[in-house]
Design a protein around this ligand. Structure first.
Ligand SMILES: NC(=O)C1=CN([C@@H]2O[C@H](COP(=O)(O)OP(=O)(O)OC[C@H]3O[C@@H](n4cnc5c(N)ncnc54)[C@H](O)[C@@H]3O)[C@@H](O)[C@H]2O)C=CC1
Ligand SMILES: O=C(CO)COP(=O)(O)O
Length: 376
């Protein structure tokens, strides 16, 4: 492998060269790092090295010269000061087994870029990393936010949040993951940050279904708004802070993913709404739609915690083929007749006021791109 990199630049590794891994590699390289990508397929590593392109995942995007790739894991990890993980969530554990000999005792931060839960265990990605590598949680960070890969690869201004139980780790990663078009904020609510990314995918599938069926803006706004309530209730019951769900990793990502045809979860939902079966949708999807695998474990966790998620329940029924997509609504149509309060289950945030504050916060964060890593 030939690298034309600045020997003094900090070296980072990105494991997984799909659309997000490659885009995040570009973010890091444009921020001054010497980036080595690990790609499963040697042909892809060769394309990144020789053509500075990843034409399957990021058509038309030129990659920086300080980005190189290899299909050799040891080579990718050699000398890395930070390691970013961006493979499909269901494959993370297997990939970590391969990685383990090369990252064993080191104190190098491990950063999850993924937005799924493990289907078999219901664990978040940071929990899988902690378990599979038996490492200190203070070494783990997660990145999340309204981050549609292709928009960022085209250098459109975007914000994200880096979360870790260690403020030092979050700040070190946020300092690395920033450049003129990408700003990383920080927080210490890993649970809320990760679940925000997982849950917005499920609501985006619901919005895709609505689009596919042909319903309009009222239905979508109702589902997005009630979806945020479901996301918040669920995440808070799992130990998240309510505010995190009103930030970039919650509301911010919910808006981006529900609005954009670039979203694979939204696309998968649209196909379901058009009448394709789950199996047909899986066959048609060229890229990872995490929401499809996360529905069942999230509902299991919700039931165990006594949290109601009527929208996510309906997504599951459409996936199972037991509900006509045209019946999708912001509520279960089998609900009893008693009018329900608009406030969340936890009863702390008044619906309208909380939503208005959420929009204000999201707007302020975008206006407020500071000069140092800031709280989300
Ligand atoms: N694409 C996006 O806009 C964003 C994606 N994410 C998250 O990033 C994660 C990765 O998604 P993308 O890069 O978008 O997916 P993708 O489908 O574009 O790429 C996945 C990559 O993983 C590889 N892969 C597939 N199975 C594998 C396995 N068993 N072992 C190792 N590699 C394997 C594929 O060859 C491909 O290179 C997901 O959790 C997703 O939710 C997060 C933010 C934005
Ligand atoms: O997470 C994303 C945007 O923040 C990408 O969403 P999709 O995985 O649905 O494309």
């Amino acid at each position: 492998m030939t690298r034309k990199n600045d020997a003094s630049a900090p070296r980072v590794a990105v494991i997984g060269a799909g659309s997000w891994g490659t885009t995040f590699g570009k973010i890091l390289a444009d921020g001054g790092a010497d980036v080595v990508m690990w790609a499963r397929r040697p042909e892809l590593a060769q394309e990144i090295n020789e053509a500075k392109r990843n034409s399957k995942y990021l058509p038309g995007v030129n990659l920086p010269r300080s980005m190189s790739a290899t299909s050799d894991l040891a080579d990718a990890l050699n000398g890395a000061e930070q390691i970013f993980l961006s493979v499909p969530s269901q494959s993370l554990r297997d990939n970590l087994s391969a990685l383990r000999p090369f990252v064993g005792d080191s104190r190098v931060p491990l950063v999850s870029l993924m937005k799924g839960v493990e289907k078999r265990t219901g664990l978040r990605m940071s929990q899988v990393i902690e378990q599979a590598l038996e490492c200190d949680p203070a070494r783990i960070a997660v990145a999340s936010g309204p981050n549609l890969a292709l928009e960022i690869a085209r250098e459109q201004p975007t914000a994200a949040v880096i979360s870790s139980v260690s403020a030092e780790t979050a700040e070190a990663v946020a300092r690395r993951a920033r450049n003129s078009y990408f700003r990383s904020f920080v927080n210490m609510d890993v649970v809320g940050t990760e679940f925000g990314g997982v849950l917005k995918n499920l609501i985006a599938v619901a919005i895709g279904i609505v689009d596919g069926v042909g319903y309009g803006e009222n239905t979508k706004a109702s589902i997005i708004t009630r979806g945020l309530v479901e996301m918040t209730d669920f995440a808070v019951a799992q130990g998240a802070e309510r505010e995190t769900l009103q930030g970039l990793a919650g509301l911010g990502d919910l808006i981006a993913t529900c609005q954009s045809p670039l979203s694979r979860n939204n696309t998968a939902g649209r196909l379901l709404g058009q009448g394709y079966s789950f199996q047909d949708v899986v066959k048609q999807m060229q890229q990872t739609a995490e929401g499809l695998a996360s529905v069942a474990p999230i509902l299991q966790l919700a039931r165990a915690a006594g949290v109601q998620m009527p929208i996510v329940e309906q997504v599951k029924r459409v996936l199972d083929g037991t509900m006509d997509p045209r019946d999708i609504a912001p509520h279960l149509t089998t609900d009893d007749d008693t009018p329900q309060g608009e406030r969340t289950n936890n009863g702390q945030a008044g619906g309208g006021a909380a939503l208005w504050r959420s929009f204000q916060r999201a707007f302020d964060q975008f206006l407020n791109g500071g000069r140092s890593a800031q709280g989300d």
